[in-house]
Ligand binder design. Structure first.
Ligand SMILES: NC(=O)c1ccc[n+]([C@@H]2O[C@H](COP(=O)([O-])OP(=O)(O)OC[C@H]3O[C@@H](n4cnc5c(N)ncnc54)[C@H](O)[C@@H]3O)[C@@H](O)[C@H]2O)c1
Length: 258
């Protein structure tokens, strides 16, 4: 990828695996200094082995004290902050609304919405002191369309869009850009878990459900994670100029969710 991130100091939540890991590695390759948190020790150990120059700490983004440690140690490691990527987000439970455990609904909101807030509230003063910067929030196509049997996830991802737009308006005068990325169904381990859960809830075979997911996009394919990373890199880069307050779909022209 050709975006030049030389000298950028970037914090990424949930950078131990999945999209966040690819983002951390690709941004580092583009010249950025990167610091990540993740809840999963094994994922972090794997990252440390593969990419020792990427800084890291174990932290749950829903835990206020842990987030404080993430931001404090990240600031020290990076020598400042230019970009925050709020990437952490769980799929949450799949099922009819009356069958969803309130604790599972709450945990989904805690990670997917509160986690963004907890990181952002600590980074904003640093960006203001810096004279500007960028915040990139991971929402989802589920933050744009109805998503039956996934109400906690959908509510959380629509929440991320509202948070993004309000924050952009609040921070524009401080030269801080805030945007959300709305990925469609991204290739990888997670989407297979999501598809399996939906297939079970609907009582249909996995392969049929996978085909249905692929067909959600008019481009008739799952989205490569590198597409999401490319968008995040653009949003983190100076090429992004004045682009702010946007909910940007990277979803192969997804038409609806089911
Ligand atoms: N994969 C998709 O199809 C897809 C689609 C739309 C949106 N998204 C969004 O993109 C983001 C990244 O998704 P992904 O597919 O890479 O996820 P993933 O499920 O692969 O998880 C990535 C990492 O998040 C970490 N994590 C989970 N809970 C955490 C917590 N509380 N605190 C810190 N780290 C935590 C995990 O340990 C893992 O290393 C999420 O916000 C997700 O909702 C993903």
């Amino acid at each position: 990828m050709s975006y030049d991130l030389s000298g950028k100091r970037i914090l990424i939540s949930a950078g131990g695996a999945g999209i966040g890991r690819l983002m951390a590695e690709t941004m580092a390759d583009a010249g950025a200094k990167v610091y990540v948190c993740d809840i999963d020790d094994a994922a972090l150990a794997d990252l440390a082995k593969a990419r020792p120059t990427i800084g890291q700490i174990q932290a749950d983004v829903a835990d206020r004290a842990a987030v404080d440690r993430f931001i404090d140690t990240g600031f020290e490691f990076l020598g400042g902050v230019d970009v925050l990527v709020n990437n952490a987000g769980i799929a949450g439970p799949t099922g009819a609304v009356e069958d969803i455990d309130p604790a599972d609904f709450e945990r989904t909101l805690q990670i997917n919405v509160m986690g963004h807030f907890l990181c952002t509230r600590r980074v904003v003063p640093l960006l203001k002191a810096n004279g500007g910067g960028a915040i990139v929030n991971l929402s989802s196509a589920a933050g744009k369309f109805a998503f039956p049997l996934r109400t906690p996830y959908s509510a959380s991802k629509w929440g991320v869009v509202g948070f993004t737009k309000s924050l952009a308006a609040e921070l524009g005068p401080h030269n801080i850009r805030v945007n959300a990325i709305l990925p469609g169904a991204v290739e990888g381990e997670r989407i297979d878990r999501v598809i399996a859960a939906k297939a079970a809830a609907r009582g249909v075979p996995f392969d049929e459900m996978k085909q249905m997911y692929t067909g959600l996009a008019s481009m008739n394919r799952l989205i490569p994670p590198s597409d999401i990373v490319a968008m995040a890199m653009f949003l983190a880069s100076d090429d992004c100029g004045t682009l702010s307050g946007q909910a940007l779909s990277v979803d192969g022209d997804t038409q609806y969710l089911r």
